[in-house]
Design a protein around this ligand. Structure first.
Ligand code: MCA
Ligand code: AMP
Length: 513
């Protein structure tokens, strides 16, 4: 049914027997479907009791927990806008997000309440709650007094459901606005395309402050009424140990690389699994092949963005749109998903012939509404005929398979997290003695790609790489910190004087060989 609150669509898919287990946690707790319904109703009633303006932003920076997922469902149910924030973000980053999104409610982990509440109240946020990953915190205390029945707010396809911050080359994060329609249409389409079965069980080992873990994984299971085996954090041994009780796993390539390093990963151990899905970053052919040899399973790679949810996927079963193709082709991201229009264009903006490389542009009900309070920036990212410019570079073969060959945007994807050089360069350039810096991505055996920094010191100044790293660690989320740092005399430049990062990548690509 279209034009429906996303929560109502998920709730409609709950099994008839609400007392079945919906979520089984790695610390031995079982949450039934009735529990999810009641707990999200109580939290939604708490939000309603605050008399918030409609479509208020609910900013959440908490450790992964089932209660955090319930808060997401409650936010949808109450008709507000969920704003998940990476737990690694520090005060300067949080100050920016709260200043930009102006949330009416902030939920933080109890240990961070001191500094987060100060930032929030200073920015005008009216309510700050705490939520621990051990079922503690003021949010649950307050919700426990509320009714466990709640009628979902009426929401249409075009109404905002979430804001996901993602940066661009400018370095300042932009809030990608996703609507109920973006996410519901994508969830329903993926349920069918990935052929979710009634007895499917998902192993959830991803963070829930990004699209992959929060929307693709959770919506995938809930829209199919499937049980989730919920891991509070990725542990390769534990995921492998759960294979016999599950059927579907989703992960970024690093998770597959780490499981391949485990002797317990065998064909027998993975025999009961049905589907392994990878995305968020390029899956190396080596990883694809090793997984096939070790487990007998062919990973299904797919491609998406915070701005678009899922865009393309290798086939799960025969794709009648492409002659019944079933091949999950390593090194490709498969076919544009049903409903997604994808084209590759040259510098002139015109589509290029099949097989030729160009910029990937997309259109579809899953493509976001725009960037929060940045109409000009949003307009720049769409073509006159309404295609979103992904910033990815690739090609579409004659047989329809899409291959991503690179990015035109200055972005490093490290272990599935986006790292924006501009943001780190700006922070380094503010340091005393630094004249200029360049942050580039280089291959890394575990994270796929990591950032490294190359710095030029001011005339006569001495810049210590260790001090640069220590200063960065005090200001930026840990995963963003360059894994290596060099001070050099000059940076390669083109005739326009622009730093040639491609030459730097070439020069430093062996740093983690
Ligand atoms: C942790 N560290 C990292 C990363 N993660 N460094 C670089 N890149 C990373 N991704 C560093 C920490 O800074 C720390 O260093 C040390 O590793 C240990 O930290 P810890 O948190 O214990 O690391 P971990 O548990 O080993 O985490 C690795 C991980 C995690 C499990 C791969 O990065 C992860 O869950 N990645 C998934 C990200 C994700 O969900 N992406 C989806 C985005 P130090 O000790 O020096 O501080 S959504 C998306 O891309 C689109 C929509 C799509 O297509 O899905
Ligand atoms: P995010 O901004 O976190 O949503 O990350 C989206 C970006 O991740 C895309 O624009 C791509 O550059 C990259 N990405 C996602 N999935 C894949 C994939 N399967 N292969 C290569 N890159 C990917």
């Amino acid at each position: 049914m279209s034009n429906q609150n996303l929560f109502a669509a998920l709730r409609d898919a709950f099994p008839a027997d609400l007392d079945r287990t919906a979520v089984e946690t790695d610390d031995g707790l079982n949450h039934s479907w009735r529990d999810l319904d009641r707990a999200s109703a109580m939290m939604a009633n708490l939000l309603d009791s605050l008399d918030l303006p409609p479509a208020s932003r609910i900013a959440v920076q908490v450790e992964k927990s089932v209660e955090a997922m319930v808060l997401y469902l409650a936010t949808l149910r109450a008709g507000h806008v969920f704003l998940p924030l990476n737990t690694a973000y520090q005060s300067a980053e949080i100050e920016y997000f709260i200043g930009n999104a102006e949330p009416a409610v902030v939920v933080c982990s109890p240990k961070n309440f001191g500094w987060v509440s100060k930032i929030a109240f200073t920015a005008g946020t009216r309510s700050v709650f705490t939520l621990g990953d051990d079922r503690t915190g003021s949010l649950l205390e307050r919700a426990s007094h509320m009714s466990d029945r709640h009628t979902p707010a009426v929401k249409g396809d075009n109404d905002l459901a979430a804001i996901l911050y993602t940066s661009g080359t400018t370095g300042r994060s932009k809030g990608a606005m996703l609507t109920h329609g973006n996410m519901r249409s994508n969830a329903v389409m993926l349920r069918d395309y990935w052929r979710w079965q009634s007895d499917d069980v998902l192993i959830h080992a991803l963070p829930i402050f990004h699209v992959h873990g929060l929307f693709v994984a959770i919506h995938g299971a809930l829209i199919n009424g499937s049980k989730i085996i919920w891991l509070s954090k990725f542990d390769p041994k534990l995921v492998i140990a759960k294979f016999p009780q599950a059927t579907v796993f989703m992960g970024v390539p690093t998770l597959y690389v780490r499981m391949l390093a485990e002797p317990s990963l065998t064909k027998a151990q993975a025999a009961q699994m049905r589907l392994f899905i990878a995305g968020s970053a390029p899956l190396l052919m080596e990883t694809f092949k090793d997984w096939q040899d070790r487990t007998g399973h062919t990973i299904l790679e797919r491609y998406g963005m915070s701005e678009t949810v899922m865009l393309t996927s290798n086939p799960c079963g025969p794709d009648v749109r492409y002659g019944g193709a079933t091949e999950r082709r390593g090194g490709t991201v498969g076919f544009p998903l049903p409903g997604v229009a994808l084209r590759v264009t040259g510098d002139d903006g015109q589509p290029v012939p099949a097989g030729e490389i160009g910029g990937i542009q997309v259109q579809g009900p899953n493509v976001f509404k725009g960037y929060w309070r940045m109409p000009e920036k949003t307009a720049e990212e769409f073509t006159a005929d309404g295609f979103f410019k992904t910033g990815d570079v690739g090609k579409v073969g004659n047989d329809g398979y899409v291959t991503i060959v690179g990015r035109s945007k200055d972005l490093i994807i490290s272990g599935g997290y986006n790292v924006y050089p501009a943001e780190i360069e700006a922070t380094i350039n503010d340091m005393p003695g630094v004249a200029e810096s360049a942050v580039i991505g280089v291959p890394h055996p575990d994270f796929g790609e990591v950032g490294v920094a190359v710095i030029i010191a001011k005339q006569g100044a001495v810049v210590e790489p260790d001090r640069v790293i220590a200063t960065l660690k005090s200001q930026l989320a840990n995963f963003k910190i360059p894994k290596r740092c060099w001070v050099v005399d000059e940076l390669p430049r083109n005739t326009m004087g622009k730093v040639q990062k491609n030459l730097l990548r070439e020069q430093y690509k062996g740093s983690f060989a």
